[in-house]
Design a protein around this ligand. Structure first.
Ligand SMILES: Nc1nc2c(ncn2[C@@H]2O[C@H](COP(=O)(O)OP(=O)(O)OP(=O)(O)O)[C@@H](O)[C@H]2O)c(=O)[nH]1
Ligand SMILES: [Mg+2]
Length: 357
């Protein structure tokens, strides 16, 4: 297995000098390549990179250079495009995530073959010197992402991660700045990829200065959060369309079979066939249209039917109890309320436990 380590550098001459002792000893046992993307640095970064490359006799170091500064997102895109390994690790140039943790990402990948392994300091440790405002900002951004994604990931925006090359190689990426990492994660989630996290320690930058522009990043993250919000709403609308079509198929089939085939006294058979075909229609539509997730079909089909039958019973019971308590006057209202309630729950269960997006 070949590992490609992508390191975007923008004015990082001090840190580049340190890679000889801080990076290479920790990766020497792997089949690797290190791809530095010098993003229009105006200090000595490029020359230091050349020195580093020339000091090695093998050709495991590659340098790609942008003539002018295009931003972290563009640099990561260039890195992904240019590398040749089976997995890609994106690493900060400033050693804040120390290269010694690369082995934790790789080990988790070898153990699980996950599509993405994230190094999370939320699960691990944070250096004491990190300013409070940075901690609050990063926690706040992460909480918002979790909320709109409907998923708990403790490290959405940092870049220290491993990706299976095949899942990111041809990915369309819009972000040019620091929000690129959150965007890649969102794309992975949209495509139902398996994402895991391992604990790592976040240190503080010792050389060079921070390149992040907090104001610009707040705007970038806000835009991405809105895009993700729209995607969630779209999924819910697709879920509704699929569900309604399933119900219509169910009703149409039940009535037609009752009237034309079985006759009223035998309505039970029509009811069962109608329900089954309706549910199957819903399942097929959720699979190819709503959630677009075709893995583990049989397991999902069984889960889907299991939940659907459980929900039907629960729904019937709640309607019966509520009408008993509240009385017939509110009958329609109660049915509508209860169906809406179970509909939402159905969406939640299907998304979270059956189709797992
Ligand atoms: N290629 C490229 N890399 C960048 C750019 N801006 C930042 N980086 C790199 O991205 C990584 C993260 O940037 P930092 O400046 O460390 O931002 P930060 O981690 O939020 O801030 P501190 O660690 O506190 O300084 C570093 O490796 C930078 O060299 C850029 O415009 N282009
Ligand atoms: Mg940094």
């Amino acid at each position: 297995m070949k590992i490609s380590i992508v390191i975007p550098c923008f004015n990082e001459e001090g840190n580049v000098k340190d890679f000889r002792k801080e990076l290479f000893p920790y990766i020497k046992d792997y089949d690797y390549e290190v791809l530095f993307v010098d993003d229009g640095s105006i200090d000595n970064t490029y020359n230091e990179l050349l020195k580093l490359k020339n000091s090695k006799t093998d050709s495991k170091i590659k340098i790609v250079r942008h003539k002018k500064n295009l931003g972290l997102g563009s640099a990561i895109k260039t890195g992904i495009k240019s590398c040749t390994g089976d997995v890609i690790i994106t690493l900060d140039a400033d050693m804040t995530f120390h290269p010694k943790y690369i082995k934790d990402l790789v080990n988790k990948y070898i153990e699980t073959r996950a599509d993405c392994v994230i190094g999370s300091y939320q699960l691990g440790q944070l250096s004491k010197n990190i300013p409070l405002y940075r901690k609050i900002l990063s926690k706040g951004v992460n909480t918002l992402y979790n909320l709109v994604l409907g998923k708990k990931i403790t490290s959405v925006s940092p870049m220290f991660r491993l990706y299976k090359t095949s899942v990111v190689k041809n990915m369309h990426i819009e972000s040019k700045d620091f929000n690129v990492n959150a965007e890649i994660l969102f794309n992975l989630i949209k495509n139902n990829k398996n994402i895991l996290e391992v604990p790592v320690t976040l240190g503080i930058r010792k050389k060079g200065v921070s390149k992040i522009n907090n104001f610009r990043e707040i705007i970038n993250h806000s835009k991405l959060l809105i895009i993700i919000g729209f995607w969630r709403v779209k999924t819910f609308i697709k879920f509704s369309i699929s569900s309604i079509i399933g119900v219509l198929v169910n009703l149409l089939l039940t009535f037609t079979l009752t009237e034309l085939v079985f006759g009223r006294p035998q309505y039970f058979y029509a009811y069962i066939i109608g329900l089954s075909v309706g549910l199957l229609t819903q399942f097929a539509m959720h699979t190819i249209y709503t959630f677009n997730n075709k893995d583990f079909m049989l397991r999902k089909l069984l889960l889907f039917f299991g939940y659907a039958i459980l929900m039907s019973f629960l729904q019937a019971y709640v309607v019966k109890r509520l009408t008993e308590i509240i009385g017939v006057d509110y009958y329609l209202l109660v049915i509508i309320g209860v169906i809406a309630f179970f509909y939402m729950l159905g969406y939640f269960i299907n998304r979270k436990y059956v189709f797992k997006t």
